[in-house]
Design a protein around this ligand. Structure first.
Ligand code: AKB
Length: 311
C-alpha cells in the first residue's frame, strides 16, 4: 500500500528528528513536513515542506488531499510551562489541532493518526513511582488537562468511528539536534549546553526533583514502533505509558561531572517546580512492552556521553 506521511509541527523538538528519520526510511518525497513557519535549510531542502497552521482545518484538509496523505503525525503542541502563561492559547492549539486530524480520519481522508500525550496527564494524587497505565489522573496544569482530554477523545474516536489513532505518553525528551521549547523537563537539555559552554548551570528545579526522561533516539523508535505495529496489537487507544530512565538534577550533574569534573550546578527553583512536583517520578510501561514490543536502550550515562560528544 502506498504510504504518504504528513508531519504537523515538523520543526519542533520531536518533529525535526522524526521528519529526518521517516524521510530516511520512506524516501524524502513521501514525507511532507509542515509547520507554522519555514524550517531550517536541512528541513526545507531534504523534502516537501508546507507552511501550515495546525488550527486551520481547511488548510490542513487541503494539504492532506493535495498530497494524498495516508498517515498524520500531529506534533504541534504548546508545552507545560508556556501553557501556564497562555492557558486559552494552549488549550485551543492542543485541542483544535487534535480534532482536525481526528475528523479527517473519521471522514476517511487519512488512514492513521499519531498523537503525542505526556506524563503530564498525571497529577499530585497519582501514585508517584511505577505509575500504572490505569490510575488516578487529576492533572493540575493546562497542558496536562489538554492531554488527558485529548486521550479521552482519541479513545472515543476509535470506539465510535473506528479511527486508527495511536498515542504514547512521552516523558521529558533529550536531544542534541533540536532544542525543546516551553517544557518543564527542558532543563535536562539546557544543562548539557551550559556544561560545555560555561561549566556551570543554574537549575530551575530543585536538586531532588526526579522525573521520567528519555533520549530522543528511543522516543523516535517508540513513535515509529507504535505506528508500524499491526492494528490488532494496539489494545490501548487513549495513550500508552512509556518509560526509559528517571533522574533528578543532582544525578544528571553527577553524570556530566564524569566527563567535565569542574562542572557545577546550583538551584533557583521557579514556577516550574510546582509543575514538576505534580508529575510522577517513574512509569510502568509493561503494556507497551507486551503489546507492541517497546524496549528502551539508552541509560543516563550513555545519553550523557552521546550528548557531550555531539553538542
Ligand atoms: C514538558 O515538560 O512540558 C514536556 C512533557 C513532559 O510533556 N516535555
Amino acid at each position: 500500500m502506498k504510504k504518504r506521511i504528513l508531519i504537523i509541527g515538523a520543526c519542533g523538538q520531536i518533529g525535526t528528528e522524526l521528519t529526518a528519520y521517516l524521510r530516511s526510511i520512506h524516501g524524502n518525497h513521501k514525507v511532507i513536513a509542515s509547520d507554522i513557519r519555514e524550517g531550517d535549510a536541512a528541513m526545507m531542502q531534504s523534502g516537501p515542506f508546507e507552511v501550515l497552521d495546525a488550527m486551520d482545518y481547511d488548510a490542513v484538509e487541503e494539504v492532506v488531499i493535495r498530497h494524498e496523505i495516508t498517515d498524520v503525525y500531529l506534533m504541534a503542541a504548546m508545552l507545560s510551562a508556556t501553557a501556564e502563561k497562555f492557558p486559552m492559547k494552549g488549550w485551543n492549539l492542543n485541542m483544535d489541532s487534535l480534532f482536525h486530524v481526528l475528523n479527517l480520519a473519521k471522514d476517511k481522508k487519512v488512514d492513521k493518526v499519531f498523537w503525542p500525550s505526556s506524563i503530564a496527564v498525571f497529577g499530585p494524587s497519582t501514585p508517584k513511582t511505577d505509575t500504572p497505565q490505569r490510575t488516578v489522573m487529576e492533572p493540575t496544569t493546562v497542558y496536562g488537562i489538554s492531554k488527558q482530554t485529548g486521550e479521552r477523545w482519541c479513545e472515543y474516536y476509535y470506539n465510535r468511528y473506528g479511527v486508527d489513532v495511536r498515542s504514547i505518553r512521552y516523558p521529558g525528551l533529550i536531544s542534541y539536534k533540536t532544542l525543546p521549547g516551553g517544557g518543564t523537563t527542558d532543563y535536562a537539555v539546557d544543562i548539557y549546553h551550559k556544561a560545555l559552554k560555561h561549566k556551570k548551570y543554574i537549575c530551575f528545579l530543585n536538586s531532588e526533583t526526579t522525573l521520567p526522561m528519555m533520549f530522543m533516539d528511543d522516543a523516535i523508535k517508540a513513535t515509529v514502533g507504535i505506528m508500524d505495529a499491526p492494528k490488532e496489537n494496539i489494545k490501548i487507544r487513549c495513550s500508552y505509558n512509556l518509560a526509559s530512565m528517571s533522574f533528578n538534577p543532582e544525578e544528571i550533574a553527577e553524570s556530566i561531572k564524569k566527563h567535565i569534573p569542574e562542572f557545577q550546578i546550583s538551584y533557583e527553583p521557579d514556577f516550574r517546580q510546582a509543575i514538576a512536583d505534580s508529575w510522577p517520578q517513574s512509569i510502568d510501561d509493561s503494556e507497551a512492552q507486551r503489546d507492541w514490543g517497546w524496549k528502551s536502550e539508552f541509560t543516563l550515562d550513555e545519553m550523557t556521553k552521546t550528548m557531550l560528544d555531539n553538542l
